[in-house]
Design a protein around this ligand. Structure first.
Ligand SMILES: Nc1ncnc2c1ncn2[C@@H]1O[C@H](COP(=O)(O)OP(=O)(O)OP(=O)(O)O)[C@@H](O)[C@H]1O
Length: 235
C-alpha cells in the first residue's frame, strides 16, 4: 500500500492536503484543474518535494525522509527523460548503474531486452535526437522497465504525442506495469486517458488530493469540482 497519511504541503499561498491509500498493482489516474497540485502530489511521492506534516509509507515502511533515489518510485516526465548526449544503451544503462560506468555483458543484454520489449530492438546506439517523439517515449519507458520500481509516477508523459500514439503508449504502460506488478500514478488532463487506463482516479481539487474512487463511477456521476473541470457545470 502507498499511504499518504495526513499529508500537508505548502509553498507561498498554495496548500495541498492528502490522506489516502493506494494498493500495489493498481493503475490510478490523477486528474484535476490546472494548478490544483497534480504534479505536486507526484513530486511528494517521488521525494522531490518535502511535506510540511504527515507521513508517506510504502508497504508500511516510512519513506517520508528518504531521498528520491532511495524511494520505490520511478518517474517519467513529458520532457527531459533522456540525456541527449548519451546513446540509448548508456541512457538505459543508468537505470542499472546510476553512477555510470561500464555495463557487464549481462546488464547490456538486459538493456537490449528492454529496448526490444518497447519496440526499439537494435536501436541502442542511437542518441535521443535521432528518434521520433514516440520512440523517445518508448525509450524512457524501457528505462522505467529496467529500474523495476514498484511505483511508477507518470507526469503527463505522452501529452506531446498524437491521440493514436498516446493510446498505444498507455497500453504499453499497462503491459509494463503488469509485468512489474507496479502501482501507476498517471497525471493526465484527458478524461479519456483516465477511462482507458485507470481503474481508480484521484481527483486533486480545492487544495485536496481526494481518496481514489472507481474511474467509471467518478466520470459517470462527477462531483461539482470535477464537473467544473470537465466543463459540465450547469448555469
Ligand atoms: N514557488 C512557488 N510559490 C508559490 N506557489 C507555487 C510555487 N510553486 C508552485 N506553486 C503553486 O503550486 C500549485 C500546484 O502546482 P502543480 O504544478 O502541482 O499543479 P498541476 O495540477 O500539476 O497543474 P498543471 O495541470 O497546470 O500542470 C500551483 O497553483 C502553483 O501556482
Amino acid at each position: 500500500m502507498l499511504t499518504l497519511e495526513k499529508l500537508t504541503y505548502g509553498v507561498g499561498d498554495y496548500r495541498l492536503a492528502a490522506d489516502l491509500a493506494l494498493p500495489p498493482g493498481q493503475r490510478v489516474a490523477v486528474i484535476g484543474p490546472s494548478g490544483a497540485g497534480k504534479s505536486t502530489l507526484l513530486d511528494l511521492v517521488a521525494g522531490f518535494l518535502t511535506p510540511a506534516t504527515g507521513r508517506i509509507l510504502w508497504q508500511g515502511r516510512d519513506i517520508t525522509a528518504s531521498p528520491p533515489n532511495q524511494r520505490p518510485v520511478a518517474m517519467l516526465f513529458q520532457e527531459n527523460n533522456l540525456f541527449p548526449h548519451l546513446d540509448l544503451a548508456r541512457n538505459l544503462g543508468l537505470a542499472l548503474r546510476p553512477g555510470g560506468g561500464r555495463l557487464t555483458a549481462e546488464e547490456a543484454r538486459k538493456v537490449e531486452e528492454a529496448l526490444a520489449r518497447v519496440g526499439l530492438g537494435g536501436m541502442s546506439a542511437r542518441k535521443p535526437g535521432a528518434l521520433s517523439g514516440g520512440q523517445q517515449s518508448r525509450a524512457a519507458l524501457a528505462r522505467v522497465l529496467l529500474q523495476a520500481r514498484p511505483i511508477l509516477a507518470l507526469d503527463e508523459p505522452f501529452a506531446a504525442l498524437g491521440p493514436a500514439l498516446k493510446m498505444q503508449m498507455l497500453d504499453l504502460v499497462t503491459e509494463v506495469a503488469a509485468e512489474l506488478g507496479a502501482l501507476v500514478l498517471l497525471v493526465s488532463h484527458d478524461p479519456q486517458d483516465a477511462r482507458r487506463f485507470a481503474q481508480q482516479t484521484v481527483l486533486v481539487a480545492e487544495g485536496q488530493a481526494q481518496p481514489p474512487v472507481a474511474t467509471e463511477n467518478l466520470f459517470d456521476s462527477p462531483p461539482a469540482a470535477l464537473r467544473a473541470y470537465l466543463g459540465q457545470e450547469r448555469p
